[in-house]
Design a protein around this ligand. Sequence first.
Ligand code: PLP
Ligand SMILES: N[C@@H](CCOP(=O)(O)O)C(=O)O
Length: 484
Amino acid sequence: MKYVSTRGGIAPVGFIEGVLMGLADDGGLLVPEHLPQLSRGTLEQWRGLSYQDLTLELFSLFTGDEIPRTELKAMIDESYATFRHPEVTPVRRLNDDLYLLELFHGPTFAFKDVALQLLGNVYSYISQQTGSIIHILGATSGDTGASAIAGVRGKPGVRICILYPEGRVSKVQELQMTTIQDENVLNLAIDGTFDDAQRIIKELFGDVAFKQRYHLRAINSINIVRILAQITYYFYAYFRVTEERPGSNISFSVPTGNFGDLFAGYLAKRMGLPIERLVLATNENDILVRFVQEGEYRPAAFRGTYSPSMDIQVASNFERYLYYLYGEDTGKVSGLMSEFRAQGFLKVPSADQEQVQADFAAHSVQNDACLDTIRQTYQDTGYLLDPHTACAVTAAGTLTSAAGEVSVSLATAHPAKFNEAILLAGLEQSFPPEIAALFNLPQRQQLAPATTEAIAGRLRDFFGAATDAAQLREELLLGERDRV
Ligand SMILES: Cc1ncc(COP(=O)(O)O)c(C=O)c1O
Ligand SMILES: N[C@@H](CCOP(=O)(O)O)C(=O)O
């Protein structure tokens, strides 16, 4: 399998080169050169597989022969052995028409663990096989950072720097990142929003000389592995729900910020999973909902909400969707992205908007409605939703469904991560012991201005010495090999 850029400016690359490249060197995002197509027969054969074995079948379609199957299986098994639930991503029935796909049983209690446990092991594998230096640079609105750090902390040959918006993540998210004492971890709390953090890292990845000099690697959904690893749970949930509700039409409602999770569902559908509808649920930061409804993609003023991980204006994976919307026409995508950079917005003609509306139903959830859903669901079922999941559940309930349609809302985080919202909803919870323990630990982080120059300076200090030492080691090894 090869990977191409949404902007068409690089030669196709293999899986490992794609993982290491992260952001495509022309500034675009990598996508598979072709999407595997799965028949109904194959789906039926896979129905009985464990989560791990299903991941092996799906993920190996994308790694091709670059990772031997036995090693890939070992990597997948190791990644999901860290989860607290034997099914990894179990499905739970809330009522006849609504199921939850629980994605928060990993080490940091958020869906990001599903992909980042695996990506951490993929990086270790690549580092051992190819000797590549792994210097991870990531931006987070709270969950990706904690999860990526958990995936690589203490791993030899790996260093990680995470940028997060100071004061705009939940207390538990902040603690999950900043109480890690390993020397290979640097947390930079920036004086800005998640969008600033994402813009800065994209600018640094876009400076190819800087990226190569410091061996920068991506763990955000910029990295195509993140998306590929998230495809599995759409298949897994589809199998579980259709076992209980044979013959029903399955829709997924997905709380959306950077558009990675929903995009994974979109790819699953394009690969042949019979998904009835994909519901795009946002909070008050509703740029994607306005795009679906009005055809215009235009950032608005930042809104702080009760679901802070989705406080995002510019959604990274939107560019990947444009690539498919325009029939894989890289020239068209390049043009639209240039337009967006130049004007600050882009607009699609109404004929294309029809296709967008066929691909997604969309709903943005106001703060009060989010709390109402948390409260009401708890009263009706005894189940405590986190505020991101509550946005998905609200959207699923708001958009009229067809007869025989069963909705699966993605439960992307454990409510303990967002106790601020739970208290505002007038409810109380007890924390899982892993989270309760964080409150007693010392924190380690640095403040930084939200400018690319300032962050580049911090990275030179953090990655520079390791880069020089690793390069020296590489040169010595090469020298010895030459002498032999
Ligand atoms: C808990 C939670 N739910 C939903 C989302 C949205 O996912 P995505 O960014 O893939 O759209 C995020 C992060 O973005 C998150 O952390
Ligand atoms: N909500 C995310 C934002 C980053 O998204 P990613 O999927 O591109 O890593 C977070 O929690 O950091």
